[in-house]
Design a binder for this molecule. Structure first.
Ligand code: DGL
Length: 274
């Protein structure tokens, strides 16, 4: 049997597939395991403690599968669980194992896209309340004004396949209007939830035409590529058979049906019980 040491890519549900797709396009040589914790999604409205416990459980599962590196391809998990896992849990889980998130790599570059240094963040309630983007962006771009808007209904619209409907328009416009009320001169908006790229067309319809709308996939892929170039020991420990396997904590048939929309091709996932 082939022993693999894949990169683990995690999300509360389907959204991380939008990140995995871009990572694979940039780094096709590696093996990957994707896990969506669909049975317990959405994470965005859950407490810190709950998101931390769920995420930690999934990270342990990835390590049990032989992953040397896990990417939390979920802003909510990155914002609410990553730091505690890195500081408290990782030291007890194996010296050479790593968990990386997507808030920091995005914050490192997002300021470069804004000419007038006014950036809007659209995210889950959990990500907004954590204030992680405001804190991280200011580390790299102290002069940038960051305004945030939580869009709690957007993930369910996507997860339940209602995101193309006329009903979705109401909720999309509502949160964009709220964001623009906070700062009408925003010139860059970050879709800081991995589900939101599916809403991009509709978001664009309600956003002033000159606003740049950023998704994270490519940003995260570039950052991971850079990380692996700088960490050669880690890079060499990842297996390179170009194999990807998909897992969900919920019903696999439902996952396979929905996942294709996010990933762009058919997926044959297996269900796991944590
Ligand atoms: N996809 C997750 C994110 O990037 C949120 C989805 C959820 O609420 O579970 O924040």
């Amino acid at each position: 049997m082939l022993t693999t040491r894949p990169i683990g890519v995690f999300d509360s549900g389907f959204g991380g597939l939008t990140i995995l797709k871009e990572i694979q396009a940039k780094l096709p040589q590696y093996d990957y395991i994707y896990l969506g914790d669909n049975a317990r999604a959405p994470y965005g409205t859950r407490s810190f403690e709950t998101v931390y416990q769920y995420t930690l459980q999934c990270v342990r599962w990835f390590f049990d599968q032989g992953c040397p590196l896990v990417i939390l391809a979920c802003n909510t998990a990155s914002a609410k669980a990553l730091r505690t896992i890195q500081q408290n849990d990782l030291p007890t889980m194996g010296a050479e194992k790593r968990v990386l998130g997507i808030v920091r790599p995005t914050s490192e570059v997002v300021g470069n896209y804004s000419a007038n240094k006014k950036i809007g963040i659209l995210a889950t309630t959990g990500t907004v309340l954590s204030n992680s983007y405001v804190i991280e962006i200011h580390k790299f771009f102290p002069e940038v004004q960051v305004v945030q808007e939580a869009c709690p209904i957007w993930v369910p619209l996507v997860e339940y396949g209602e995101y193309k409907t006329a009903g979705a328009d109401f909720f999309i416009k509502k949160h964009i209007d709220e964001l623009l009320k906070k700062q009408p001169r925003i010139d860059t908006v970050l879709l800081a939830c991995t589900h939101y790229p599916l809403l991009e067309k509709k978001i664009r319809n309600f956003m002033p035409v000159d606003v740049t709308i950023l998704s994270q996939g490519e940003i995260v892929a570039n950052s991971l590529s850079d990380y692996l170039q700088r960490h050669t020991k880690m890079e060499q420990s990842i297996s390179t058979n170009k194999m990807t396997t998909f897992y969900t904590t919920d019903d696999k048939d439902n996952f396979n049906k929905q996942a294709e929309i996010f990933y762009g091709q058919h997926i044959d996932a297996q269900q796991i019980h944590l």
